[in-house]
Write a protein that binds this ligand. Structure first.
Ligand SMILES: Nc1nc2c(ncn2[C@@H]2O[C@H](COP(=O)(O)OP(=O)(O)O)[C@@H](O)[C@H]2O)c(=O)[nH]1
Ligand SMILES: [Mg+2]
Length: 479
């Protein structure tokens, strides 16, 4: 009974003690946190008397926010412990003899040391996280810049592709030019019509008929020399009794004309083969169609897969350079242009040098057909030719004379002048579509034995045709 009573007392005492301890602990905690709250209001300099951690810099990027928050928390806990350490120090100072106060001080010293290490660790981690985030941001920025550059490059290529397509479209538009027969319609309507009428009249092949034929041939713009030669060949065949009727006269003339044309020109026209860069010097009187021919030729060669560069050698007229620029743009080929009035030799030299440097196939050199200065055109062209030879051995590979068919027989004389001065290697007869004087082509071939490379029957690219003697005669004699 007594034992039971004692046990009850002990239990009650224990409960009271535990309760008392709890109350003390709660009070102590409330006190500590109040001090800590107060400590937070203490100015920063005072708070930082023992630790100098680097300041938290604003995060460069948003990613390490959590790390920064952890560092912030660690700092707060550290400053709370530091505050408590300060209080403990004061307590020891007040009661130097109190071992409880010293024990408290040691505990806070350890705690502050631990928390400082943690704060430093969190600071390092936050730094690392920031650094990592910065690197990621940099990589992202780099990637974005690269993607932008790629997009820009793609846009550029797309624009280039569209420009080329546009150029091709324009070329295609220009295609479907005249046929040779259509281009020769006027010539056919002139001398050929007279010849046909003469033959259709079915006269006797007597002297009167022959002098009528002579007159027709003289009117054909083939030149006196060639007209005479053609008539002679008819007479010759008559003598050999090869010609029994007038119908045969026509086929005899046709044969003879084809012989003259192909003797000079070979089987096919176009530019002859030459090692790259093939330098073509285009010459001729003003207005014959040099610049146009250079442009058309550039488009044709380019379409055939050859790389071409244009040299704007007519620096005497501003319009000539601009005109060639338009062609370069249309044909999508590079062009070398000098300032107006600058030395054409320098321009053409540059064009050849660039063709050599870039490994291009053909250099088409436009030249002036008339000079503003008193200088003689032929002397100037001779000088240009020498310049081209200096730019490249064996250049120019071709001296291409452009002759305007509408000038008729005068063209023969003109061609002779150019040939004597420059050694023309081939010629182009332009504007056949606009004249009945197409016979001049026979006269030039016969008189100078220069091959015809191309004929022009209009202003479109497709209107510049590679010359073919058989095709030409067929178109000329065709009904
Ligand atoms: N109808 C026609 N006109 C042409 C032909 N070739 C050139 N032309 C025109 O002739 C004019 C003079 O040509 P251009 O090339 O400037 O002559 P350049 O002074 O010798 O350079 C231009 O209006 C050309 O379009 C052709 O074969 N037929
Ligand atoms: Mg010109």
């Amino acid at each position: 009974m007594l034992l039971a009573l004692e046990t009850t007392h002990i239990a009650a005492a224990a409960v009271v003690l535990v309760l008392a301890a709890l109350i003390v602990a709660l009070l102590a905690r409330a006190f500590v946190s109040r001090r800590a709250r107060l400590a937070k209001q203490v100015p920063q300099a005072e708070q930082r008397e023992t630790i100098e951690l680097p300041r938290i810099t604003a995060p460069v990027v948003a990613a390490p926010v959590e790390r920064v928050a952890r560092e912030q928390r660690a700092r707060e806990e550290l400053s709370e412990a530091e505050e408590q350490l300060r209080v403990a120090r004061e307590a020891v100072a007040r009661e130097p003899g109190s071992s409880a106060a010293r024990a408290e001080l040691q505990r806070y010293e350890r705690e502050v040391a631990d928390l400082r290490r943690r704060a430093e660790y969190e600071h390092r981690k936050a730094d690392e996280a920031q650094e990592k985030a910065r690197r990621l941001a940099e990589a992202a920025a780099r990637e974005e810049a690269e993607a932008r550059a790629r997009a820009e490059e793609q846009a550029r290529l797309e624009a280039e592709r569209r420009a080329q397509e546009e150029a091709r479209r324009r070329l295609a538009e220009q295609e479907g030019g005249r046929t040779l027969a259509e281009g020769l319609a006027r010539t056919r309507g002139g001398f050929m019509a007279r010849l046909n009428a003469f033959i259709g009249a079915s006269k006797e092949l007597d002297d009167a008929a022959l002098s009528e034929l002579e007159e027709i041939l003289f009117s054909a713009d083939v030149g006196v020399h060639t007209a005479t030669a053609l008539l002679d060949s008819v007479r010759e065949r008559l003598k050999r009794r090869e010609l029994s009727d007038l119908g045969k006269v026509k086929s005899a003339l046709r044969e003879e004309i084809e012989r003259i044309l192909s003797q000079a020109s070979g089987a096919h026209g176009g530019l002859p083969e030459a090692p790259p860069p093939q330098v073509v010097m285009v010459v001729g009187v003003n207005g014959t169609g040099k610049t146009t021919t250079v442009g058309k030729l550039a488009a044709k060669l380019k379409a055939a897969g050859r790389s071409v560069i244009l040299g704007a050698g007519d620096t005497f007229r501003a319009a000539a350079g601009e005109q060639l620029d338009v062609w370069a743009d249309r044909a999508q080929v590079p062009i070398v242009r000098g300032k107006d009035g600058s030395d054409p030799g320098a321009v053409l030299f540059d064009a050849v040098a660039r063709a050599r440097g870039e490994g291009l196939d053909v250099v088409l050199c436009d030249t002036a057909g008339r000079l503003h200065t008193k200088a003689n055109l032929m002397d100037e062209l001779k000088r240009l030719k020498r310049t081209l030879a200096k730019a490249q051995e064996s250049a120019p590979h071709e001296v291409l004379l452009v002759v305007d068919a509408t000038t008729g027989q005068n063209a023969i004389q003109q061609a002779r002048q150019f040939h004597d001065a420059l050694g023309v290697t081939g010629f182009v007869l332009t504007k056949l579509d606009g004249t009945a004087k197409g016979g001049v082509i026979i006269g030039i071939c016969d008189a100078l034995k220069i091959p015809v490379r191309y004929v022009g029957v209009g202003e479109k690219v497709a209107d510049l045709k590679e010359f073919d003697a058989h095709e030409f005669v067929e178109a000329l004699f065709g009904e």
